[in-house]
Design a protein around this ligand. Structure first.
Ligand code: AMP
Length: 424
């Protein structure tokens, strides 16, 4: 009789639970500041949900899923990750039938039948966000910013933020042909797994940890050098916004991810202080075709997930301890054109140090936006029109006192912050 917890699982209590709750608490605050709403999905789904989304040829679907038949003979699977369930829930509940983008976060246990070791469990805890309904590169920057900020808020200083683009379906197809042609003559030098990947999913070869395979790949063509002009432009805007936000990152042309649904921007946060096989703390990317592929409307989307267990291991290793923080008002920035995105990003990057802030990524109708902001409990709307943009100023509407102010963003930042705090 075996009455111990199953291999690769853990009971969480005491100090570890304090760490977990602290990370959840800090992430909740940040998700709120960035205006993300929680979505809770079931812990298990019909197996097709994961098979169709993650991809038949991935390690997860091939070897790692906890799949079983229920009493009626239906195949169900404990979720190995969060995105597929969120997409299924968004489609099933028609959550896309509201102002887009839809910004949600989730948290909970994930299950993968992997070989357990430090930082690699069979049941592990993830926090993640998904944004559905916008292909604006500003969203990519926001999502990467959020993941990065979460770790710096927790007290990490030296994480590596790696970024790549794996292209859209069009440029990736051309690239695959190029890559296959380059690798084929030396295929026998790759490990057995990579030889199989070559047939089914060549990009995954870049994820192999085998030093001989890594060496063989050194001079092979990289997807980042073979992007179409629109994917190139998108990546350029994303990295431009990140530079504007003073976020350190490294373009990593060999970065790939373990799921088939990714398109375009992908990223990962790693630590040099963790063992290289488990050095990723979190990662994510765009999946612009997944919602359509799963039977929903064609909604471009992006998300990330971070691993809480690994984050705790590293926090302890670096001597980072949980600390406490406090609440703030809600500010909505309504820009009248995409041309003002850099100005908006400046405002967000300053005001999010103090307040819950969001902006309009899609609609540009001021009346609708103010109504929406009122309905969604924002305290202030900051309007950026042509005039404001040109003069580097802001028009602030106080939604509680029905008053309006015009201030210079350049010269009166402190006054603006006091005003938004309600201490005019
Ligand atoms: P993924 O969903 O594979 O992109 O993983 C996102 C993050 O979840 C990783 O960066 C890890 O921090 C964490 N993670 C993934 N698999 C495991 C596992 N088996 N055990 C512990 N953490 C994991």
């Amino acid at each position: 009789m075996n009455l111990n917890s199953p291999r690769g699982t853990a009971d969480v209590f005491g100090r570890d639970l304090e760490y977990r709750n602290y990370i959840i608490g800090e992430s909740r605050k940040l998700f709120k500041l960035f205006n993300y709403e929680q979505l809770i999905t079931p812990t298990f789904e019909y197996s097709e949900v994961f098979q169709r989304s993650i991809g038949q040829s991935t390690d997860i679907v091939q070897k790692e899923m906890y799949t079983f038949e229920d009493k009626k003979g239906r195949s169900v699977t404990l979720r190995p990750e969060g995105t597929a369930s969120v997409v299924r829930a968004v489609i099933e509940n028609k959550l896309y039938a509201q102002n887009l983008p839809l910004k949600v976060f989730y948290k909970g246990s994930m299950f993968r039948y992997e070989r357990p070791q430090k930082g690699r469990m069979r049941e592990f805890y993830q926090l993640g966000v998904e944004v559905l309904g916008s292909d604006n590169p500003l969203i990519d920057a926001e999502v990467i910013w959020l993941a990065n900020l979460l770790f710096s808020q927790l007290g990490f200083k030296d994480l590596n933020l790696l970024i790549n683009s794996i292209g859209c379906l069009d440029c990736r197809l051309d690239y695959m042909n190029l890559f296959r042609a380059a690798v084929k003559p030396k295929l026998k030098n790759f490990c057995k797994d990579c030889q199989q990947r070559f047939e089914k999913n060549p990009l995954r070869i870049f994820d192999c940890k085998n030093s001989q395979c890594i060496e063989q790949l050194e001079n092979s063509p990289k997807i980042a050098d073979n992007l179409c002009s629109s994917c190139q432009e998108h990546l350029g805007k994303v990295t431009g916004y990140l530079e504007q936000l003073n976020i350190n990152f490294k373009l990593e042309p060999t970065l790939v991810r373990g799921f088939d649904y990714y398109t375009g921007t992908i990223f990962e946060l790693t630590s040099g202080q963790l063992d290289s096989a488990q050095n990723a703390l979190g990662g994510g990317g765009r999946y612009d075709n997944l919602v359509g592929q799963m039977g929903g409307p064609n909604l471009p989307a992006i998300g990330f997930a971070i691993g809480v267990d690994r984050t705790i291991i590293l926090m302890k290793q670096l001597g980072i301890k949980p600390v406490l923080q406090k609440q703030s008002p809600k500010i909505y920035i309504a820009a009248m054109s995409d041309e003002f995105s850099s100005f908006v990003l400046n405002l967000l990057s300053c005001l999010r140090n103090y307040f819950t802030c969001d902006t309009n990524f899609n609609i540009k109708n001021i009346g609708k936006e103010i109504k929406w902001a009122q309905k969604n409990d924002f305290d202030f709307v900051i309007i950026i029109g042509e005039e404001e943009f040109r003069q580097n100023q802001v028009t602030i509407k106080d939604l509680r006192k029905y008053q309006q102010y015009e201030c210079s963003w350049k010269d009166e930042k402190e006054k603006i912050i006091e005003l938004l705090r309600g201490n005019k």
